[in-house]
Structures are given as structure tokens and as C-alpha cells.
Design a protein around this ligand. Structure first.
Ligand code: NAP
Length: 454
């Protein structure tokens, strides 16, 4: 078998890479195991300098990497460039902040001297998705490698060129051989890698079923795991919101990356008093989106990453319409080649419909009407997910009080949910556990070691 990269805008195959056999996999794991002690012993300054070089490589070849991303998973080229730029930022961020985040902490106790030291765990396996094929990997790799861990990547099967290009970034930056390797393996081989004694921890970004199976294998081996899973973020519009601002952000937050973002606004919970006004403006913004070639700067709606994902999204939409949801705009695939789906809005979504309970991972916004603020909060929290959310109100104090009561890993007031290297990122409930980014992210894969001296 081989990994085939398909351009989702055209449906054409653009690259083919052979699967690894067991011998090749074993040799790669052995190379990483050999490199691990020396990397852990490499001074922090040196590790940070190399991470700074990785940022330089990304900046030097932004356009080439961005084109690979767009060709393989379809996002708009300008979004792909921004993604590569953000990867350079996270590399620089940890190159600069890593030493402070992991500095020894002296703690007063009954000892003559006691302290906490942060030490690497060993080799971390990263199982990653295709939706931000560079960013998801760098936000794991930058802190993990700066902390002194080595990393192996099992990337999504539909982005093999990106998977290999990321390994190349670290090689070109001058990282020693074996500090970061891409494994060309299938999902069915992930358990075998977690079981391997040369692997010490695992992180997965992806769907709930994948998360459950990785967590099971990690649990059976008593290995540390972090899970970044799906989300169905609420976008709550209160009656005192600045509607123009809310609508502009609603369109951006739902349709960025063709709606295929874990932290996209997915449930638009709008209080009755302004629901019609919001919906009319939102509809106009959504209908202005132009599907087309994602390499073309004029295009504003990209294709979805794969035709099978588009078809499953359409089933979620049609099942919800059969259950009583109202199609305001779109709600059908775009005719012709490529995995395009119309920019869509489903209104009057209520409990019992698939769109109410499931994540819609594509360009479909759902609107849920709420009586008032208390009702909006109840609906926002009535979700199996707890990744992010936002609230829109002209009163920042009211927004903050709402944010504190939202069951999620983050809540933005009058801003669209986004990740930022300086702020922790992650979920609660079935959105997963653990945190990435910030000082919290770099401390996930370290031994928090107490040293006590009489
Ligand atoms: P996915 O099917 O779970 O794939 C993610 C990765 O897991 C891929 O590398 C995949 O490999 C692998 N995988 C799938 N099943 C597995 C299993 N049983 N055991 C081990 N590995 C397995 O998810 P996706 O469709 O690519 O991504 C969409 C989902 O990811 C959405 O739910 C989205 O919300 C979530 N997501 C979350 C975040 C976050 O930060 N919380 C960020 C982005 C996306 P193959 O490709 O070979 O199947």
C-alpha cells in the first residue's frame, strides 16, 4: 500500500509514498532511541538555538510549504502562508521562553535546599490531523524538543508530503539525526508504537474515536498522554452585542479553513431579541463567499479536504433538515469536480437533531435560538464538547461573567477563538485533556522532579 496525496480542489492524485514495513519502522524507532539521551543532555541554549533555526527555515521557504499544504488539503493559499508563519512564531516563542519556563524552582521546605527541576520524559509520539498540517505538528514539536524530548510523528494519511516536509525543516535547521522523525505508518500501527518501550508518551490531535483508542493504549502502558479532540464551540450573541462586529467575526470564525477547525464557531446561539437581525446580516456575509481554486487569491471558500468528509457532512445536514432544521442558505455540495460544499446556514436547530449534538466539521453554521442570556448559557453548556467558545456583548463585565460560567477550555469576549503561543490551549469534557502552548504546554511532557538536600 502507499499514501496517496490527492488535491481536493481537483480530485487529482499529486503524490504517492510507500508505507513503511516493520523493519523500516523498527530502524527509525531505534535511531530515535539512540539520539534521545544525547539530546536530553544537550544544553538548553543549544536546543533553543536550533529551534530558532527551524523558524528561519520556515520563513525562508514559506511559499513552498504553503503550496504543499494547499495542494494536499485544500485550504486557501493565504491561510496556508499564515499557518507556516505561525509555526515560525511558535518555534521562536519556545526558543526564547523555554529556558524561563523550565528553570529550576527553589522551594522553601524543611530541607537545607529543595527545588523542582523539569526534565524530559524521552520520546513523544504525536498522532496528528490534516486540518492544520504544519501548525498542529509544530505546536507539539517546538515545546517538546526544546524541553529535551525527541519526537516521532504519525501524520494523517492524506498529507504525506507535509509529513515529510516537516521532518526536512528540522533536518535543515541542523537538529541531530533522530531527534525528530516522521513515521510513514497507518492508524492501525499506532498501538504497536505506543506499546514500544522506546516510546515514553503520546499526544493526539484528532477525533474522539482516535483519541479513545490512543488513550486506551497509553493507559494500558501507563504512559503520559495529551488529547486535543473535537469541539462544537458556542458563539453566543446577546441582545446588546455590536452586531456588525459579531457578524464579521461569525463569518470568519465559521468559514476559515472551510470550517474544518476544532475551534471554529459551530453553534451560533442567538437571543430572540436580535435573532432575525443577526441572521439576515449573517446570511448576506455567508452568501458573499466565493468557492474556487484555493491557489487563487480571489477565492474566499476553499474545498473541503476530502470528498468522503464532504459526503458525511452532507448526511449530517440532510438528517437535521429531515428532523426539522431550516436550510437558510447552501446545504448542498457544489456541482463539478473537487470536494466543495456550499457555505451553509441551518436555522431552528433543536435537541434531537444531529446538528445539535454532533460536531459539523465543514462550512455549515447552525443557529440555535435562546430566550435570554441564562437560556443561552444553558444551551452553550448542553454539549458533550468543551473546547472553546465566545460571547458577544457591549458590556465587558457581563462578557467576563459569562465566560467564567462557560464549560470550555477557553472563552473569548468580543473576539473569535484562536490559538496563541502565549496562552494555554486545550479542552474539557469530550474535547480531551491536557494543554498545549504557553508554559502549561511545555510542562506536559516533563518529569516535574523534586530534589531535596539535607
Ligand atoms: P482523525 O480521523 O481522528 O485523524 C487524526 C489522526 O489520528 C490521523 O493521523 C489519523 O490517521 C489518526 N487516527 C485515526 N484513527 C486512529 C486510531 N483508531 N488510532 C490511532 N490513530 C488514529 O481526525 P481528523 O478527521 O483527521 O480530524 C478532525 C478531528 O480532529 C475533528 O474532530 C477536529 O475537531 C479534531 N481536531 C482537534 C483539534 C484540537 O486542537 N482540539 C485540532 C484539530 C482537529 P489516518 O489519517 O491514517 O486515519
Amino acid at each position: 500500500m502507499s499514501f496517496v496525496a490527492v488535491n481536493p480542489a481537483s480530485g487529482e492524485a499529486v503524490g504517492e509514498f510507500p508505507d513503511w514495513d516493520e523493519r523500516t519502522l523498527d530502524a527509525a524507532l531505534e535511531q530515535v532511541a539512540q539520539a534521545t539521551p544525547a539530546w536530553a543532555a544537550t544544553p538548553m541554549d543549544r536546543r533553543c538555538a536550533l529551534m530558532g533555526k527551524a523558524a528561519e527555515v520556515l520563513r525562508r521557504d514559506t511559499d513552498r510549504y504553503a503550496r504543499l499544504i494547499t495542494q494536499e488539503m485544500g485550504k486557501l493559499l493565504r491561510e496556508a502562508r499564515a499557518e507556516v508563519e505561525k509555526c515560525a512564531w511558535v518555534c521562536e516563542f519556545y526558543a526564547e521562553q523555554g529556558p524561563a519556563f523550565l528553570a529550576d524552582e527553589i522551594i522553601e521546605s524543611d530541607a537545607g535546599r529543595s527545588l523542582v527541576a523539569y526534565q524530559p520524559l524521552g520520546t513523544v509520539l504525536a498522532v496528528m490531523p490534516w486540518n492544520f498540517p504544519f501548525w498542529q505538528v509544530f505546536r507539539f514539536a517546538a515545546p517538546a524538543l526544546v524541553a529535551g524530548n525527541t519526537g516521532v510523528l504519525k501524520h494523517a494519511s492524506n498529507v504525506p508530503q507535509c509529513a515529510l516536509a516537516i521532518e526536512e525543516v528540522f533536518r535543515e535547521a541542523g537538529f541531530p539525526a533522530g531527534v525528530f522523525r516522521t513515521l510513514m505508518i497507518r492508524a492501525s500501527q499506532v498501538k504497536r508504537v505506543i506499546d514500544d518501550p522506546r516510546i515514553h508518551a503520546v499526544t493526539l490531535t484528532g477525533s474522539e474515536p482516535a483519541g479513545r483508542s490512543v488513550a486506551e493504549a497509553a493507559g494500558a502502558n501507563i504512559k503520559k498522554s495529551v488529547l486535543e479532540l473535537g469541539g462544537s464551540d458556542a458563539f453566543v450573541v446577546l441582545e446588546d452585542a455590536d452586531l456588525d462586529r459579531a457578524v464579521n467575526n461569525a463569518v470568519a470564525s465559521r468559514f476559515l479553513n472551510c470550517g474544518q477547525s476544532c475551534i471554529a464557531a459551530k453553534r451560533f446561539i442567538v437571543v430572540d431579541a436580535i435573532a432575525e437581525d443577526f441572521l439576515a446580516r449573517f446570511k448576506a456575509g455567508v452568501e458573499a463567499l466565493q468557492p474556487g481554486d484555493p491557489m487563487d487569491e480571489a477565492t474566499t471558500l476553499a474545498p473541503m479536504a476530502r470528498a468522503d468528509l464532504r459526503d458525511e457532512l452532507h448526511r449530517q445536514v440532510t438528517d437535521s433538515i429531515e428532523a426539522g432544521a431550516v436550510a437558510v442558505t447552501g446545504c448542498a455540495p457544489v456541482e463539478g469536480s473537487g470536494a466543495f460544499y456550499q457555505a451553509s446556514i441551518l436555522d431552528r436547530v433543536t435537541p434531537g437533531m444531529r446538528a445539535y449534538h454532533e460536531e459539523l466539521f465543514g462550512p455549515v453554521a447552525i443557529v440555535i435560538r435562546a430566550r435570554d442570556e441564562a437560556d443561552a448559557l444553558r444551551i452553550a453548556n448542553d454539549s458533550p464538547f468543551g473546547l472553546g467558545g465566545s460571547v458577544w456583548t457591549r458590556d465587558p463585565a457581563r462578557g467576563e461573567a459569562f465566560a467564567r460560567r462557560l464549560q470550555a477550555g477557553c472563552c473569548f469576549v468580543n473576539g473569535m477563538v484562536k490559538s496563541d503561543p502565549r496562552l494555554p490551549f486545550g479542552g474539557i469534557k469530550r474535547s480531551g485533556y491536557g494543554r498545549e502552548l504557553s508554559r502549561h504546554g511545555i510542562r506536559e511532557f516533563v518529569n516535574v522532579k523534586t530534589i531535596w538536600i539535607a
